[in-house]
Design a protein around this ligand. Structure first.
Ligand SMILES: Cc1cc2nc3c(=O)[nH]c(=O)nc-3n(C[C@H](O)[C@H](O)[C@H](O)COP(=O)(O)OP(=O)(O)OC[C@H]3O[C@@H](n4cnc5c(N)ncnc54)[C@H](O)[C@@H]3O)c2cc1C
Ligand SMILES: NC(=O)c1ccc[n+]([C@@H]2O[C@H](COP(=O)([O-])OP(=O)(O)OC[C@H]3O[C@@H](n4cnc5c(N)ncnc54)[C@H](O)[C@@H]3O)[C@@H](O)[C@H]2O)c1
Length: 478
């Protein structure tokens, strides 16, 4: 064991993705002695093969896409992106962030150990490093081991030809512009757009409809479909894959009905599987469910009292946002004896594609199912002074409130910067007072965020929620 690694700690964290990293940082900031163990690249999926490099590419894709509005503004010239250079660029971004993460852990005196962790019992981990095996005892252990790509038959991962999203970032992109994007979840919806703006000819094929799992409203999905098709990107859903033949010139996909599609390479966005291999969970009494996720209660505690599970390994949401929020909840519960329940539905979900879609909480249907009478507040960016000045007026804000209590039940924001604007909803002090909190807020003008305020005001005006939102001081004319 490296000299600085203690043999006994308050908290041991397995995995250094957003969940594990955040748990280690928060634990240390709040006075716990912490060790964090990572078997591969520090930073996990999110930093090395997920959110961070994807967001760098997404920005490039947005820049390229924005040129459709150049002429009206008197801008001249043509932008095109080179994917090989974009790959080098994301690498440098990732490396910079990885270094800063590691520096911060050292600054906080978090012990770091590179190796594969497994349970000996519910208080003890055995860590196999490159040269040795070490035992670490901990009062509490957090499992944050993430997930890995799912490759369904008849696909097989083949470097340079049939790539999972992990492989996309592990080696420079393969040559060839004809790309088949497989799947209709978040990965496929984001990369179909990104590839299209990087000069690829994208054939997008999937079994099911776009983003079926994520409860976005019909208007949001329809706005995204319109934005994608304006870029020439269309999903062919209802596709069954019979065969995949890799040959010298590319890949031929055999589809049901004797159809074939030949491309230079294929990218799979076909889901992720929780990563528990080699952890020896049974030695600690930690159970998994039928889908392989670690079982946990509302406090994020596993079936072993001293062990918590956070992020992709335990949550079907599988977003960094959920992993980060889980870390906050787990650390709070470790320090206070399980006082905080996780409410995963209130964590924002964001899709970065031809349009950004962001949402949290309940939609109208789930609100009704939960016994609420939902009221909808709406504002569109088409009249936003900021959006008009940016020539980027697609999208809207939709807020779902409870007619009786004016509590904010959920919200959806579609359009440029939706992933930033959703913070106005997720940061509100509580659901009950969120609308009044926004109505009292101080806004910059002109800004896209003003449309959130406008949506709150439509709830006040149209649905008779004036008093709950504005408080006293309402003038009632007879
Ligand atoms: C292409 C792509 C784009 C994405 N974009 C976004 C986005 O924009 N926004 C968003 O919110 N989410 C995004 N996600 C999802 C996000 O990356 C994950 O939800 C997030 O990384 C999960 O974090 P985690 O901490 O649970 O696990 P991970 O980030 O997967 O980290 C787990 C770590 O544990 C380590 N580990 C596993 N087993 C052991 C062991 N036995 N011993 C030691 N270490 C171990 C692994 O090596 C890994 O480093 C994206 C995912 C993909 C694939
Ligand atoms: N912005 C974000 O927050 C973000 C971005 C990317 C990924 N992620 C997360 O990463 C995880 C993985 O994303 P994803 O899009 O790969 O998964 P997903 O579960 O969202 O979608 C999986 C897709 O694969 C298809 N599929 C599964 N098995 C198949 C089979 N046998 N044949 C044909 N198609 C099949 C499904 O129909 C679906 O379209 C998700 O949980 C997602 O939340 C989040």
């Amino acid at each position: 064991m490296p000299d600085k690694t203690p043999k006994a700690v308050d908290l041991a964290v397995i995995g250094s993705g957003p969940g594990g990293y955040r748990a280690a940082v928060l634990g240390a900031l709040r006075g716990l002695s912490v060790v964090i163990i990572e078997k591969a690249e520090w930073g996990g999926c999110c930093l090395n093969r997920g959110c961070v490099p994807k967001k760098a590419w997404y920005h490039t894709a947005r820049l390229v896409a924005s040129q459709s509005r150049f002429a009206d503004r008197g801008l001249e010239g043509r932008l095109s992106a080179r994917m090989d250079q974009a790959w080098i660029h994301q690498r440098s971004v990732v490396e910079r962030i990885r270094n800063s993460y590691q520096d911060y852990l050292h600054h906080l005196k978090v012990a770091t150990l590179t190796g594969h962790a497994r349970f000996q019992d519910s208080h003890t981990l055995v860590v196999a490093t490159q040269d040795d095996e070490h035992t670490v005892a901990a009062r509490h252990i957090i499992i944050a081991t993430g997930a890995h790509s799912h490759v369904p038959a008849p696909f097989k991962a083949v470097p340079g030809r049939v790539l999972t999203s992990d492989m996309l970032f592990d080696a420079p992109p393969p040559p060839g512009d004809r790309v088949a994007m497989i799947g209709s979840g978040v990965v496929a919806t984001e990369f179909a757009f990104i590839f299209s703006q990087m000069g690829k000819e994208v054939t997008w094929l999937a079994r099911s409809a776009m983003l079926r799992r994520l409860n976005f409203s019909r208007p949001a999905l329809s706005a995204l479909r319109d934005a994608l098709s304006a870029r020439g990107v269309t999903l062919q859903s209802g596709v069954t894959f019979d065969s995949v033949e890799v040959h010298d010139d590319g890949v031929t996909l055999g589809l049901a009905g004797d159809k074939t599609v030949t491309v230079d390479w294929v990218c799979l966005g076909t889901g992720r599987i929780p990563h528990t291999e080699g952890l020896a969970l049974e030695a600690a009494g930690v159970e998994t469910d039928e889908a392989g996720f670690v079982r946990r209660d509302g406090h994020l505690r596993t079936t072993a009292d001293t062990v918590y599970a956070i992020g992709d390994v335990a949550s079907h949401w599988m977003t960094a946002n959920h992993a980060l929020s889980d870390a906050t909840v787990a650390i709070q519960n470790i320090l206070t004896g399980n006082t905080r329940q996780q409410d995963a539905g209130q964590v924002p979900v964001v899709v970065y594609s031809a349009l950004e879609l962001a949402r949290l909480g309940l939609d109208e249907d789930t609100a009704e199912d939960a016994g609420h009478e939902p009221a909808v507040g709406f504002a569109a960016f088409e009249t936003s002074p900021c959006a008009l000045g940016q020539d980027d007026t697609a999208g809207f804000v939709r807020l779902i409130a409870d007619m009786d209590t004016a509590a904010l039940l959920g919200g959806e924001i579609t359009g440029a910067q939706a992933g930033e604007l959703i913070h106005l909803l997720s940061l509100a002090p509580d659901r009950e007072t969120a609308l009044a909190w926004i109505a009292r807020g101080r806004f910059n003008h002109p800004a896209r965020a003003e449309e959130v305020l406008n949506a709150v005001e439509t709830l006040a005006g149209k649905w008779g929620l004036r008093e709950s939102i504005f408080g006293t001081g309402i003038c009632t004319r007879g």
